[in-house]
Structures are given as structure tokens and as C-alpha cells.
Design a protein around this ligand. Structure first.
Ligand code: FAD
Length: 488
């Protein structure tokens, strides 16, 4: 989405929101509707982050499951989560309706199926769903999909799907029409409290002085450590395949594998597109990022023999919180800085919940869901995951002493990158299509891990906390807002 301007002066605002994905735009929308003056900063174009890559299934089911949350975090928290997830689904539906947004929003049934031969925990999940009040869910022994035997499944009536960019485009227009300002190509590099206010500095040196700041950069750019030890970045992959119209029954489908597959349909005029995602792995920790597409395609063709052609392929990044719940609310240690992060694969609802909690807090209203999603919580319920992910991060520091991917730049073909050892240094080296070599330090400016070449996205990805840089070292994904250091 183009046509907003870069910030070129120092300004004051009531609320400054950094990031224009579904988290930032929904927060801005709700605050604008309540009469607040909002200013959004976006380092790229509006909605150009993960919200442009989502498959936009909208559901109150959560990736970690209610059974897990009830057992680990307690029934009260699980109930708050259920209320909020359901309310977020309804909030999106309400916004679409009241603002008359044309974004292919529709209610569909969702199915969580356990493939034959896999461990079946569906009964305990159904029990947990009913305990938290989501009683319209039930178990079906019928196959969820018409063309292969899915195995028994939990049925979730009245979930939803939409076209995310059409929805976000409409939110942007409403925000701007109501006096909100959006500055694109404007990277925030620092967020600092000053008395009762917060000063945000941009890469070009301009400042925004605000009463409240919402950091909605998917992975918080204002936080060096606290939140990043409690969540982990994963790459996820999607293919879109052309199939004859009506050949697969409409619905949202997830299997119970880990990583799981997620499936939905998108209707074109004369055919349907079957959208299938999965094959997740930790960011920066794969030897070949094209392999997930091969696996996804093979998996899909066995189950959906009507696939005519794979027409789309893309990948994106999700933040997996240690205890399964997003971090939505006040940034630890701050009074008027808020964050939206840790959305897992359910960012449509989680970001909407974040927007609802934060807009209430900024408007001085209490919000019952705040405790469940508090970014300051200790995540005790997810202790094993917390420890496992942080041991994994620590292990990445051995990359400092390991050899490079290739011996020298002469081993690179055009359009290829690699991490190369140069004495004690590690360099992120890219040979462009014309054979010109570009070198940066391979040390991630966030916390000093060594980046990894992603041959699919042509990017250097940090295996520790998910910062990503283009082939020339320019940052494209938070948490860091700094580029890789150029080496001449
Ligand atoms: C392939 C894929 C499929 C998914 N499918 C689903 C699904 O079916 N259902 C579901 O609920 N969720 C799904 N998700 C998750 C969901 O898409 C995300 O959680 C959600 O879009 C995140 O929105 P966001 O606003 O937090 O972040 P983003 O959309 O990434 O927005 C953050 C913005 O901040 C900007 N930014 C970053 N740093 C700075 C800075 N320093 N200064 C200024 N701007 C900055 C970025 O450029 C970006 O535009 C999926 C995710 C992926 C990747």
C-alpha cells in the first residue's frame, strides 16, 4: 500500500504507533474512533510485514490449545483467553460490518483433525473448550475434507476468513479520514521515556514526542532482551494451488501435527485456490529454505489429487511465546509504552485483542484480559519451552567459532550469499546478479548472534531472535532497527 509520506520534521502527538500491520492499524483504528490523535510510523510501506503474508484464518482456537493453557496456566486464564479470542473474532466481524468493508470476509467452519495413527488428544481439548465456554464445538468422526480421510476432528462452527490487505487498506483510509497521520519509509530507531512523555527517534534523526507509544513491529524493536527470551521466531511456508471450482469443501483445516498444516480456500472467478501452509522451523536454522516447498507440495498432492498447478509460494515469520499466549499490553517497566507481540499463527485475533486491551488502557479503562496477556508475566507455565528455546539461542553463539558456509567469495555464484570466515571475523557476503560482491559484518546488531543466509528470501536471518536483513545488510524485520555493519 503506497502513497503515505516520509516524516521530515519533529512532531508532537497523543499516541504514536510504530508498525502498520494488523496490530498497529487495529490499535490506531480503535483509538481514532475514541477521539485520540494517532500517528503511525512504518519503516517500509503500510501493511508490508507479516500481515501481507498471512493466510488470514480467523479463529478462537489457539495454537497451544485450551487443554494446555488450562493445565499450565489455570482455568481462569484459559477462560479469559477464550473470551478474548472469541471477542476478537466478533470485533473483526463488527468492524467489517459497521465500516462496510469489502474484504471477502465470510464465516466458515473450522476443523482440527487428528490424522490416522497420530496421538489423539481431541477429547481432552474438547473438554477444555467446553469448560472455557466454547460449547458449540463438537467432535465428528466424519472426514473433515471431502477428498482424503482426515481422521476424527473437532468442529468449530462460525469461524471466519477474509482478505487481510483489503481489510487493512480500509482501516488505513478510516484512520486517515479521521485525522490520523501515517508516515511510511520512516524507521523508528529509539524509544525513550522522558518525564510523562515518550520520545521516539527515527533513523533520519527526527523525533516524535507522544503521551503514549504502541510498539507493533511484530517483534518489539524497543526491547533488547526481556521479551525476546520469552518468545522464539519461526519461519513458516505456504503454497497456493489451482484446483477446479468446488472440488474441495469450504472450511479452515488444521491437523494436530507439530509443526501443523493449515489449509483454507480462496475463490477466484473460474477456479479455487487451495492455500496450504506448514513446515515451520526456527528462523536462521535451516540448510535449505526451498525444501519446505518441496515437502508441502508433495504432502498436498497426495491428499488433494485435484491440484492442477502450484501457482503461489511464499514464506513468513511468526513469534512463538514460551507459554503459548501473546504479549499484549504495557511494556515491562514502562507506564506509557505498550507492545503487541508473540502472536503465534493466530495473529488475526491476537493482534486484535492487543488493540482492544491497549486502546482501553490508553483511554483509562480497565481490561479484564490484561492479566492473561501481560508482557511482564513470568511464563512459568511454559518453563520447558522457555529453557529449550534459550538453550537453542545460546547454542547459536558457537557460530562465532565455526567455519563459514563457503571458503571464499569465489565459491559463490551470482545471486547467492553466504557467511564467510575472514580471520577472526565472520562476514555476510552477497554476490549480486552482476557478480559484484557486497560484504557486511555477519554479527546481528541486536544481540551479537551470527546471521544465516536464507537462499529462498535472499536475506540474512538471525537464528537467535529473528532479525532479518536483505542481501545488502539492510534491516527488513525487527527486533533490531539497525543494518548490518558494512565492510569495505
Ligand atoms: C505465512 C503466515 C501465515 C499466517 N496465517 C495466519 C492465519 O491464518 N491466521 C492468523 O490469525 N494468523 C496468521 N499468521 C500470523 C499473522 O499473520 C501475524 O501474527 C500478524 O500478521 C502480525 O501482525 P503485526 O501487526 O504484529 O506485524 P506485521 O504485520 O509484521 O507489522 C509490523 C510492521 O512493523 C514495521 N516495522 C518493523 N520495525 C519497524 C521500525 N523500527 N520502525 C517502523 N516500522 C517498523 C514492519 O515493516 C511491519 O510493517 C500467519 C503468519 C504467517 C507468516
Amino acid at each position: 500500500m503506497k502513497d503515505s509520506q516520509e516524516l521530515k520534521e519533529n512532531i508532537n502527538t497523543d499516541v504514536c504507533i510504530i508498525g502498520t500491520g494488523i496490530g498497529g492499524l487495529t490499535t490506531a483504528y480503535l483509538l481514532t474512533k475514541s477521539g485520540k490523535k494517532v500517528t503511525l510510523l512504518e519503516m517500509d510501506q503500510v501493511a508490508s510485514g507479516q500481515s501481507a503474508r498471512t493466510t488470514a484464518q480467523i479463529s478462537y482456537e489457539i495454537d497451544e490449545r485450551y487443554d494446555y493453557v488450562s493445565n499450565r496456566l489455570g482455568k481462569e486464564i484459559a477462560k479469559l483467553v477464550a473470551d478474548s479470542q472469541n471477542a476478537a473474532l466478533n470485533k473483526i466481524a463488527e468492524i467489517v460490518k459497521t465500516e462496510n468493508i469489502s474484504c471477502s470476509f465470510e464465516y466458515v467452519t473450522a476443523y482440527l483433525y487428528c490424522p490416522p495413527g497420530e496421538k489423539d488428544d481431541l477429547d481432552s481439548e474438547l473438554k477444555a473448550l467446553h469448560e472455557v465456554g466454547l460449547t458449540e464445538t463438537y467432535i465428528s468422526e466424519e472426514s473433515a475434507v471431502n477428498c482424503f480421510r482426515t481422521g476424527r476432528n473437532i468442529v468449530f462452527p462460525k469461524q471466519a476468513q477474509f482478505h487481510p490487505l483489503e481489510y487493512l487498506k480500509a482501516l488505513r483510509e478510516i484512520i486517515v479520514n479521521k485525522g490520523g497521520q501515517i508516515f511510511t519509509s520512516t524507521k523508528a530507531t529509539n524509544v525513550e521515556s522522558s518525564g510523562n512523555q515518550v520520545i521516539i527517534t527515527t533513523e533520519k534523526g527526527n523525533t516524535i514526542t507522544a503521551n503514549h507509544v504502541v510498539v507493533a513491529t511484530n517483534s518489539p524493536m524497543n526491547d533488547r532482551l526481556a521479551i525476546h527470551t520469552k518468545q522464539a521466531p519461526y519461519r513458516t511456508y505456504v503454497i497456493g494451488a489451482k484446483i477446479p471450482k468446488g472440488s474441495v469443501n469450504k472450511g479452515i483445516f488444521w491437523d494436530t501435527l507439530d509443526p501443523y498444516h493449515y489449509i483454507r480456500l480462496y475463490e477466484e472467478k473460474d477456479h479455487d485456490v487451495l492455500i496450504i501452509g506448514g513446515e515451520d522451523h526456527k528462523t536462521g536454522q535451516s540448510d535449505d529454505e526451498t525444501e519446505p516447498f518441496v515437502n508441502l507440495e508433495a504432502w498436498s498432492k497426495v491428499r488433494f489429487p485435484m491440484i492442477e498447478e502450484v501457482t503461489y509460494k511464499w514464506s513468513g515469520q511468526v513469534q512463538e511465546p514460551a507459554d503459548g499466549l501473546a504479549f499484549l499490553g504495557k511494556n515491562p517497566g514502562d507506564d506509557n509504552v505498550y507492545i503487541i507481540t508473540g502472536d503465534s499463527g493466530t495473529g488475526m485475533t491476537n493482534c486484535t485483542i492487543g488493540a482492544m486491551i491497549i486502546s482501553d488502557l490508553i483511554n483509562g479503562k480497565a481490561n479484564d484480559w490484561e492479566t492473561a496477556y501481560s508482557p511482564s508475566r513470568l511464563s512459568v507455565g511454559g518453563a520447558e519451552t522457555f529453557i529449550k528455546e534459550n538453550i537453542n539461542v545460546a547454542a547459536q553463539f558457537t557460530d562465532w567459532v565455526s567455519p563459514g558456509d563457503v571458503k571464499s567469495e569465489n565459491d559463490l555464484s551470482n545471486g547467492q550469499g553466504a557467511v564467510i570466515r575472514d580471520g577472526l571475523l565472520k562476514l555476510a557476503v552477497y554476490k549480486d546478479e552482476n557478480g559484484q560482491v557486497h560484504k557486511c559484518s555477519a554479527v546481528c546488531p541486536h544481540l551479537g548472534c551470527i546471521v544465516d543466509w536464507n537462499n529462498l528470501e535472499k536475506s540474512f536471518d538471525c537464528p537467535c531472535h529473528g532479525s532479518r536483513f536483505d542481501a545488502y545488510g539492510k534491516v527488513i524485520t525487527a527486533p533490531t532497527s539497525k543494518d548490518l555493519e558494512k565492510i569495505s
